[in-house]
Design a binder for this molecule. Structure first.
Ligand SMILES: NC(=O)c1ccc[n+]([C@@H]2O[C@H](COP(=O)([O-])OP(=O)(O)OC[C@H]3O[C@@H](n4cnc5c(N)ncnc54)[C@H](OP(=O)(O)O)[C@@H]3O)[C@@H](O)[C@H]2O)c1
Length: 253
């Protein structure tokens, strides 16, 4: 039997899109949610739903990560202003977005997970930008948490891919080109990606040999949506050396 994909953070946003797209493709999916009863109403029939809270390391043992072929970490802080954690205390945000990632990586290692760990991250967290400054002010130093967790995963010893989305939107996917590029872009209000398209690129990254131990930026551009083959080709042609931990990124103007 094919090993299931495991998605952590499945009740909305990109994680929910990943689960739906995998289920549409007939792939087995294991879903980790804080509230499985609520998740059941949102997720496709047949999804294997397990209770787990990334701030509670013991709860993550139920995920049985060793049985999974890939893990997607799609968690972000919820609640607070706008339901997106705006103006929540910085420590509370870090406990979910940074320490939560650390807890899932450690649970995966403890379980003997041998697949690829795919982290959903944000574009340009190491580059100064107006949009980054604004988000850092209202969302507990968001970009520091992103940088630290990217670094933690890269040093974990697991196989990994880190997809760095532009600003995420809830618009329908499949309406524009999806650009996958080396991780060189600043965060900008004008560089966006539909969560459904981000999900597609991340699913492709879980299987693409060329996406192993690579960080990449993902955003929409005017044009036609790519075929699966064209998307995989973009991931395979990221090129360059595999990125070791601590590599400095070169910004584009
Ligand atoms: N927003 C952006 O513009 C943007 C841009 C680039 C990258 N990203 C990254 O992309 C990823 C997905 O973002 P998104 O906006 O699509 O997600 P989202 O809609 O905010 O969904 C976050 C998910 O995390 C879950 N979650 C929250 N706390 C949890 C906990 N303690 N344990 C387990 N699950 C928990 C939530 O479930 P509950 O229902 O239980 O709260 C929800 O399903 C994030 O890693 C984010 O940093 C975001």
């Amino acid at each position: 039997m094919t090993r299931p994909y495991c998605v952590v953070g499945v009740t909305r946003g990109t994680g929910l899109q990943i689960v739906r797209q995998l289920a549409e493709r007939g792939a087995p999916v294991r879903c980790i949610a804080r509230d499985p009863a609520r998740a059941r109403n949102l997720l496709p029939a047949g999804a294997d739903i397990r209770q787990g809270d990334v701030t509670d390391p013991n709860s993550l043992r139920r995920a049985r990560f060793s049985e999974c072929g890939a893990i997607f970490f799609a968690v972000d802080i919820t609640g607070g202003v706008g339901g997106r954690g705006f103006f929540k205390p910085e420590g509370e945000i870090r406990a979910v977005t940074y320490q939560g990632l650390v807890n899932v990586v450690e649970a995966a290692k403890e379980a003997g997970f041998t697949g690829r760990f795919v982290l959903l991250s944000g574009m340009g967290s190491e580059l100064p930008s107006f949009t980054g400054k604004l988000l850092n002010a209202i969302k507990g130093n968001l970009q520091r948490n992103q940088r630290d967790r990217d670094e933690y995963l890269r040093n974990s010893g697991l196989d990994w891919s880190i997809g760095r989305g532009g600003l995420l939107t809830d618009g329908p996917g499949g309406r524009a080109a999806i650009r996958v590029s080396p991780p060189v872009h600043q965060l900008s209000m004008f560089r966006r990606v539909a969560r459904a398209d981000f999900a597609r690129a991340l699913i492709a990254a879980a299987a693409a040999p060329g996406a192993s131990r690579r960080m990449f930026d993902v955003f929409n551009e005017p044009g036609s949506p790519p075929s699966d083959e064209a998307l995989a080709k973009q991931l395979e042609s990221l090129g360059g050396d595999r990125m070791p931990a601590g590599t400095e990124l070169t910004p584009v103007p």
